[in-house]
Structures are given as C-alpha cells and as structure tokens.
Design a protein around this ligand. Structure first.
Ligand code: FES
Length: 224
C-alpha cells in the first residue's frame, strides 16, 4: 500500500517537471490531463466510498440534517399558521356580538311624548319620541353658554327622536330619567344634572350624555 502511494508521488512529480519544459501551445493541448495515470486508492478507501453512485456517510449525514431541518421548518410553519389563525379567531367578535352590534326598535311602539329604555352593547339607551313643544323648547336653549356647547342639530340626526347613551360622562353611573334640577337626567353618584336633551348643566360631569350612532329607516330606529 505504501509503495503505491510513493510511486504515485513520483509519477506526479515527474509530470510537473516535464510540464515546465513544454511550450504554451502544448500545455493547452494537454490541459485535460487525459494522459495522467490516476492512482488507484481502492485498497485504502473505506468500503462505503468505493461505489461513486452510493452517497458517503457524510453525504448521508447532510441529507439527514436537511431532512430534519426541512421537517422542523414545515412543522414550525404549520404551528405558526395555527397560532395566527387562533389569535385572529380569538380576537374577532363572536357571532352573537356581531348580532347585537346594531339593534332595531319599532318607532310605532313609542308614542309621542313617551320614552323607552333599551340595551345596546351592554349599555342603557334612553329613547324619547319628542313632541313639537319639546323640540321647540330644546331649540330655544342657547347652548353656547353651556359646558359642552354642541348644537343639538349636530348631535341628533332627527330632533324628534332623542337617543342617548344612559351612562354619566363623569364616572359612568346610570342617570335617572325625569329627575334633577333641569327636568332631564340626574346622576346620583356625584350629583350631575343633565337637562331634557341630555346636556350637562350642573355637577362634575364634563360632557353631555353621548349620542350613539343611529338612524331612522321607515318604521325602524336602528341603533349601532
Ligand atoms: S358618575 Fe355621575 S356624577 Fe359622578
């Protein structure tokens, strides 16, 4: 075995020496090295590497690594997809929540001059079907002198239908309808007085009672 290796070194050395002596043209002609005798290392090679068509153990190890990495990447992608989908489903509103996101009230059920309280998104909603006299009285108030000076025409799409969220704008108590110094809504928690149009007149509340998004469609009052 050792003698074979030495013989090979000698042959290669000879070849290098002889290559320096030839002309460039000849060198190009011999660049494919077809005349080189390739030494046979079969007797010193590992049996697993003798067949060039069979992957070596190193190649097999790499293949295994790639396979493991590929599987892990696929599993990670599936897991990430599941997490994202779960998060989206978790934070999306439920079907029942979407159903109550808007409610419909039949206006014919509320006579003129009467009120109705409904619940929307867990909050009380004060609905009042106003009379002409109430509307005139409401319009006569100069809101510029009030704490929250928003004109009522900007608060309500239709003055005949007064729709208010029944939550005090101070700290969130529920005011009592028909009470207080201004005949509107009174919050007993800290003594806020709203007038009949839900405008803050007295007490610690900073804002008028909020108006929820609503509209009239035919015989229906749609809130939400
Ligand atoms: S919560 Fe209504 S006055 Fe304080």
């Amino acid at each position: 075995m050792l003698s074979n290796v030495r013989a090979t070194s000698f042959a290669v050395g000879n070849f290098k020496n002889s290559a320096k002596l030839v002309t460039p043209g000849l060198c190009q002609a011999r660049s494919s090295h077809t005349d080189l005798k390739v030494p046979d290392f079969s007797d010193v090679r590992h049996p697993a590497t003798l067949d060039p068509t069979t992957p070596t153990s190193e190649e097999r190890r790499k293949l295994f690594k790639y396979m493991v990495l590929g599987s892990a990447a696929s599993a990670g992608a599936v897991l990430a997809k599941g997490i994202v989908r779960g998060s989206v489903n978790h934070f999306a509103p439920s079907k029942s929540a979407l159903e109550v996101a808007s409610i419909e009230v039949e206006t014919s059920k509320i006579p003129e001059g009467k009120s109705l309280v409904v619940t929307w998104l867990g909050k009380p909603i004060f609905i009042r079907h106003k009379t002409d006299a109430e509307i005139e009285e409401q319009k006569a108030v100069d809101v510029s002198s009030l704490r929250d000076p928003v004109p009522d025409v900007d608060r309500f799409p239709d003055l005949r239908w007064q729709v208010l969220i029944g939550v005090c704008t101070h700290l969130g108590c529920i005011p009592i309808e028909g009470k207080g110094d201004f005949g509107g809504y009174y919050c007993p928690c800290h003594g806020s007085h709203y007038d009949f149009a839900g405008r803050i007149r007295k007490g610690p509340a900073p804002k008028n009672l909020e108006v929820p998004p609503h509209r009239i469609s035919g015989d229906l009052l749609i809130i939400g």
